[in-house]
Design a protein around this ligand. Structure first.
Ligand SMILES: [Zn+2]
Length: 505
């Protein structure tokens, strides 16, 4: 690859997924992987195969389905069994990479690994070579590199390259680096490691000090040619460098960086939305690039300037990152054709059957809500496309609540076998009563971890969106529901989370 192209290594499915509240099941991981392929990322780190049978299955499925289009990567510690397992998951992909890591900072060597420097060097050589016997594309990461003594870091990197590493990743594992410090680390490697030209230097930055993107860009300036990042910046603790910010910074400031990426930038917003929906991890309104307000101009003086000439206050065009808000309102009398056109301009291509279902949802919504905005349509499509296997489906739901009465819910569900069951419950409020009734019918021990209600668009008749996270058998599951009635939205969300739990049991 030419030296002015930055490889985008996405680790949403590995570093992102392992962060609190972001777990995904295998179908969700495949959906996200499909979006990442469309987005044009160069490498997808799909998981850590030895971590669990579920992780293994997900890496294998992603490798088999997408390995002919994008390089699929699996993570391994510097241990035989890890590397063998990673290979087992990846072997059928056309393009594959094994990513081996070993900590090199004094603090990690002493307290975590209890290994001396010589042992780190010999283990690195041995395990990189083992991985290289399986696979030509090998990445090595000296974990906690930014806190590693520089001379030793140079030695380890040289050893890894000699043993066959084709990418050397320099992780700021704990988010300790600052831009000029990190720049110097990369510069030093470039000038001190004799065989450095045989490998691509990569960055992996965490956001504990809010510097992940800035540090990654400093590394690019110093000569790094791969950036590891995640959609929406999800990841351990404060998260990773946000892919969308890295990509748009490089693109918007190509005059300065003189490099480019192969990202199809109009897919940024749809991919961001997908990851939000799948994980339930919302982004703030003022989030750079993909936040709801990222392109909103409120101040009169700005609006005036914008009307004269967009570039007075706009450094990126909303359509370049995938915002296509015409915000022309649709309603009851908008026909199939108008609805279809709008879906296309929002970036959706649905097959006939899927289109028909969403169109029916749209008609039903138009009966309840006079004006339908783009955000409503997006919510309808997302709800349809992320439906999970419905072991139980809702037949009827009734709640009653008010001042001076006991909130009560009655629920009837149908099992896929055809059997129907009903139950009633009381609660602190109608939503609580619905949840208790659902738990009784389904018969699962559930703990509600998070509950969030928001409105999809404006107005009194806005669609309400409910996100719930529940814990069943120590695993967390996320559910989402959308309706003009928030109690119904809550019931849909809760039932979806329960259906996910049942499917995995
Ligand atoms: Zn990380």
């Amino acid at each position: 690859m030419s030296d002015d192209v930055i490889r985008i290594f996405d680790t949403t499915l590995r570093d992102g997924e392992q962060s609190p509240g972001c777990s995904m099941n295998i179908d969700e991981k495949l959906d996200v992987a499909a979006a990442l392929v469309e987005l044009g990322v160069d490498i997808i780190e799909a998981g850590f195969p030895i971590a669990s049978p579920g992780d293994f299955a997900a890496v294998k499925a992603v490798a088999e389905k997408f390995g002919d289009r994008t390089t699929i990567c699996g993570l391994a510690r510097c241990r035989q069994e890890d590397i063998d397992r990673a290979w087992e998951a990846l072997q059928h992909a056309q393009k594959k990479r094994i990513h081996v890591f070993l900590a090199t900072s004094a603090i990690h060597m002493q307290y975590k690994l209890k290994m001396a420097e010589e042992q780190i060097i010999s283990r690195t050589a041995e395990m990189v070579a083992r991985a290289r016997d399986y696979c030509e594309d090998i990445e090595f990461s000296p974990e906690d590199a930014s806190r590693t003594e520089l001379d030793f870091l140079c030695q380890v990197v040289e050893t890894a390259i000699n043993a066959g590493a084709t990418t050397v990743n320099i992780p700021d594992t704990v988010g300790y680096a600052t831009p000029s410090h990190y720049y110097n680390v990369i510069r030093t490697l470039k000038s001190q490691v004799p065989n450095i030209d045989r490998a691509v230097i990569s960055t992996h930055c965490h956001n504990d000090l809010g510097l992940a993107v800035a540090n990654s860009l400093a590394a690019v300036e110093a000569g790094a040619r791969q950036v590891e990042c995640t959609i929406n910046g999800i990841g351990e603790r404060a998260g990773n460098a946000a892919l969308e910010e890295i990509v748009m910074a490089i693109r918007t400031r190509s005059d300065y960086y003189k490099v480019s990426t192969r990202i199809n930038t109009p897919r940024l917003v749809p991919t961001s939305r997908l990851v939000t929906n799948v994980t339930g991890m919302k982004i703030q309104r003022n989030k750079a690039v993909v936040g709801q307000n990222a392109f909103a101009h409120e101040a009169g003086i700005h609006q005036h300037g914008m009307l004269q000439e967009r570039t007075t206050y706009e450094i990126m065009r909303p359509e370049d990152v995938g915002f296509v808000g015409t915000n022309l309102v649709l309603g009851k009398h908008s026909g199939r054709h108008a609805f279809h056109d709008r879906l296309t301009s929002l970036g959706y291509t649905l097959d006939d059957a899927a289109f028909q279902k969403v169109f029916e949802d749209f008609i039903a919504l138009a009966d309840k809500k006079k004006e339908i905005y783009d955000a409503d349509i997006v919510a309808l499509v997302d709800q349809r496309s992320h439906q999970v296997h419905e072991t139980w489906s809702m037949v009827t739901m009734h709640t009653s609540a008010g001042t001076g009465t006991i909130p009560t819910a009655t629920i009837e569900l149908r099992h896929e076998s055809g059997e129907t069951r009903r139950d009633a419950a009381t609660g602190d409020g109608p939503i609580d009563a619905v949840f208790v009734a659902l738990e009784r019918v389904v018969g699962l021990p559930v703990k509600l971890i998070e509950f969030d209600v928001s409105s999809v668009s404006g107005g009194k008749d806005a669609l309400g969106q409910v996100n719930v996270t529940v814990k069943v058998d120590d695993r967390t599951y996320h559910g989402q529901g959308v309706s003009t009635d928030v109690i119904e939205a809550a019931a849909i969300a809760y039932l979806q989370a329960l259906n996910k739990a049942i499917a995995e049991r």
